[in-house]
Design a protein around this ligand. Sequence first.
Ligand code: DC
Length: 224
Amino acid sequence: MVKKIQIAIDGPAGAGKSTIAKIVAENLGYTYIDTGAMYRAVTYKALNQNIELSDADSLEAMLLKTNIVLKPSSKGQLVFVDGEDVTQLIRSNEVTANVSQVAAHANIREILVAKQQQLAANGGIVMDGRDIATHVLKDAELKIFMSASVEERAKRRFIDNEKRGIPSTIEKLKEEIALRDKLDSEREASPLIQAEDAIYLDTTALSIEEAANEILTLAKQKVE
Ligand code: DC
């Protein structure tokens, strides 16, 4: 039987992680898990319930009573919070603007990381996030750190937003991306950093297919 490995893909917002990870997973017949969606789901519910996002204890109490389910589908990963399909709702500007604050709480991360580790336990997984290689799946057979210039990432988000009908401008997106990079990489709990044993992949000048093929080639070397 072919070995089913764990593939960890980390990097800043808009580097192309989710699009590329999805293609890699499909090609290998693996499950794709977007861990950012979990932090977004918590943020979405907290905003709905008017919970103060700086209040780690209240957030934890809420999270312990929340059922977050990630369901793979032909349209990509679906996200359910307490049975409600929030796949689109967690991409709103409001959630995007507030999620870094929620993701900075160590207690919230601990609960979500345990869930992520459970989901990946049997291998055959492509998981993307910020701390997958450094924290969640330290033993992953393949670790990729993916990035691209802020300009390029803002352009990609803009096109993505247009498709989803979310209004934005490239200038504003550049500012938001730079701010989120800063918050995610300077936070104390599991900051965004490249793992020592991760391979750096700069996608600025690569097409989606080229980036996916690079990872698939590396993955195939690992399972041989
Ligand atoms: O990838 P994304 O934009 O959906 O991530 C949303 C936020 O969640 C982002 O600001 C960083 C945070 N995040 C994290 O801290 N750790 C992860 N493993 C995934 C996302």
